[in-house]
Design a protein around this ligand. Structure first.
Ligand code: IDP
Ligand code: MG
Length: 150
């Protein structure tokens, strides 16, 4: 079982695509174990995207990700990291396979709708930046909601 961090970026939230993007992950069978709407502040943005510091697009990326609310979530499932990356599509929407989120809804690399952790270590680090452990739900300790009691 793996966990990964997904961010529905400001452009996707503003375009009303929270449901559409979330649905694609839900329908693949990934479990949402944490989810919130938030504004990312500059400090958090710089930590999250630290590996890109110094690249030409870095400052623009920080402005973009802090510009308006995002939805952050933790998804859990077998191979969740790779599953999310493949569902998102390539970083450049032009190169993303048809049927992926970025191919179906995005046109430019600078507004590519969604983030997903790129590997196991990154996932652990990114999840801890956005969620406390007690904000993540253990579904196996929950009762099946279809079990009617009355
Ligand atoms: P990823 O989101 O597919 O993992 P990364 O290479 O990690 O792609 O880049 C992080 C984010 O930085 C991208 O999703 C995109 O929003 C932005 N980005 C990457 N390269 C460029 C670029 O050349 N111009 C503008 N933005 C970029
Ligand atoms: Mg990345």
């Amino acid at each position: 079982m793996e966990r990964t961090l997904v961010i529905i970026k400001p452009d996707a939230v503003q375009r009303g695509l929270i449901g559409e993007i979330t649905t694609r992950f839900e329908r693949r069978g990934l479990k949402i174990i944490g989810m919130k709407l938030m504004l990312i502040d500059e400090k958090l943005a710089r930590r999250h995207y630290g590996v890109h510091e110094g690249k030409p697009f870095f400052e623009g990326l920080i402005r973009y990700i802090t510009s308006a609310p995002v939805v952050v979530m933790v998804l859990e499932g077998p191979n969740a990291i790779e599953m999310v990356r493949r569902t998102m599509g390539a970083t450049k929407p032009l190169e993303a396979n048809p049927g992926t989120i970025r191919a179906d809804y995005a046109v430019t690399i600078g507004r590519n709708l969604v983030h997903g952790s790129d590997g196991p270590e990154t996932a652990v680090r990114e999840i801890s930046l956005f969620f406390a452990e007690n904000e993540l739900i253990s579904w196996d300790r929950c009762t099946d909601a279809w079990t009617f009691e009355e």
